[in-house]
Design a protein. Sequence first.
Length: 404
Amino acid sequence: MSLRNIGIVYRKELTEALRDKRTLITTFLVPLLLIPVMGAGFTGVMSMVIGSAKKEKPKVMIVGGNDSPGVVEALKQNPRINVLPTAPDWKNRVIEKDIRAAVEIPGGFDKNLAKGDAGTIKIDIYGGELKSELAAGNIDGFLKEYRDSITARRLQANHLPAELLRPFQVKRQNIAPPEKEAGAILGGIIAYMLIFMCLNGAMHPAIDLTAGEKERGTMETILSSPVSRTHLVLGKFLLVLTASLITAMLMMFSVQVSTAALQKSHVLGEMAEEGEPAPQLALRPAAIASVIIMAVPLSVLFSAGLITIALFAKSHKEAQSYIAPLMFLVVIPAVAAMLPGVDLTPKLAVVPLLNVSLLCKELVTGEYHWNYIGLIFASTCVYAAGALFLAVKMFQRESVLFRS
């Protein structure tokens, strides 16, 4: 094998790739702009929606309570909700979002409360709907304060200290380091974006260097050069690999810049729960470097696989139609790693793509399980070597290169 010949092919393809605007856009501009635009847009919209929902005075109906004026009047005096007259179709109005919640008060509530057995007040909401959930939180918090005030008055009437109501305090405290908190929030997202960007960065060069050559009629010219087909495909492969790795590195750089800018803004504070500190999104350089290292065999796998698939196509458009199903196959394991409860195990460590995605989540949090790292790196290298071997074999078949 001649490294000189491979280098000549690589430099030739690199020169042509740097003149191609589509390759430059997918390799450089997309990873640099996609993350900041998506991040700023998503956090901006979420901040606006959550801020608006928190400022809204939710409309609420009280169901029952005709014989319990005490609790009804207390709810009406709550400044954080707007109590509307009860309507017979209150359930439909909650579902249709005309009102945010309904409070069901059991019969004889005030009377039974004096006896110490008032029953249960139900808060009916539209589950999963943000404004309905916030309204329920307001009502729930107010009713707990109302319950505690009644208990405090009873203690006072019996000449007992109000401290008996709360003999101790409970306070949540975050002891996780910033990188682990960032990993819990960003780990799955970074893993997903890494897989997507490695694939996206390799896709256009792979199509252009195979199906594009056929469409332009230059494939025969290249094959007639005094360079073996193995050297030709390896030179083309290295160019595709370069584009994929550059895209992955620029994506991680973009994530680092975007998270640093987001941390300095007030958006995270607005999205945090009331009284809770804003989450920390600091990414350590070691975590970023580890993710980029794991991107190497992943990019090799994508580069060799895309070259093999695109080599069967006769035109750029046909190659895109062949690769489109691959996009869906890649998304499934990438999204699966973002689901809660999906953790790295010895069996999952040999599943292509899913293993790298799960490992990236661990690396971002600063966890380095070297046995899993070795197994995943080795298995991914085996898959990548198999894909590269197949690409070389396909490039040597006349029926594939000149398929009619």
